[in-house]
Design a protein around this ligand. Structure first.
Ligand SMILES: Nc1ncnc2c1ncn2[C@@H]1O[C@H](COP(=O)(O)OP(=O)(O)OP(=O)(O)O)[C@@H](O)[C@H]1O
Ligand SMILES: [Mg+2]
Length: 151
């Protein structure tokens, strides 16, 4: 696990930008952390890093927003309003299998609600610190991200 200190919202966005610039198509990011921890802020950075000019808003009611104008597609999901058994019916694996859907980056808020996971993914957990700071804890499962020198 790698820990990254985020002094402010701009730092959180910048981490997202770096992810958006470097992650390969087919990457799945599971975003964890309390209400307001900065999950959507991070995804906004990912959008910037991909070169998406549309503004990225939380898909709390739509469940998923798709952005296709960047380097690779961005699929932004928010499972906040769902129970784990409802998540099963969404057929989320179509987003990372890359058969029905063009492979891109899949970013999932409230990923704690997922009853199953892909074979490889990244977990980014955002934790509140003092006065607008956050800590990102990044865990990779069966994948690597180049800019992280794993310790
Ligand atoms: N270091 C920080 N990183 C990210 N956001 C921060 C930081 N400091 C303050 N903020 C503020 O906290 C809020 C984070 O909101 P955001 O929607 O990104 O959180 P979220 O985790 O997606 O929330 P939700 O659980 O409701 O989906 C924003 O208003 C942002 O300006
Ligand atoms: Mg959010």
């Amino acid at each position: 696990m790698t820990k990254i200190f985020l002094a402010d919202k701009e730092d959180t966005q910048q981490l997202g930008i770096t992810l958006g610039e470097t992650l390969a198509a087919g990457s799945v990011i599971l975003l964890e952390g309390d209400l307001g921890a900065g999950k959507t802020t991070l995804v906004q950075g990912i959008g910037k890093g991909l070169g998406i000019s549309d503004s990225i808003v939380s898909p709390t009611f739509t469940l998923i927003n798709e952005y296709t104008e960047g380097r690779i597609p961005l699929y932004h999901l928010d499972l906040y309003r769902l129970e784990p058994q409802e998540v099963t019916g969404l057929n989320l694996e179509s987003y990372w299998e890359g058969m029905e859907v063009t492979p891109g980056i899949v970013a999932i808020e409230w990923a704690e609600r997922m009853p199953y996971k892909p074979d490889s993914y990244l977990i980014v957990r955002l934790i509140y610190g003092q006065e607008g700071t956050r800590q990102a804890e990044i865990t990779t499962v069966n994948c690597q991200i180049n800019f992280l020198q794993e310790s």
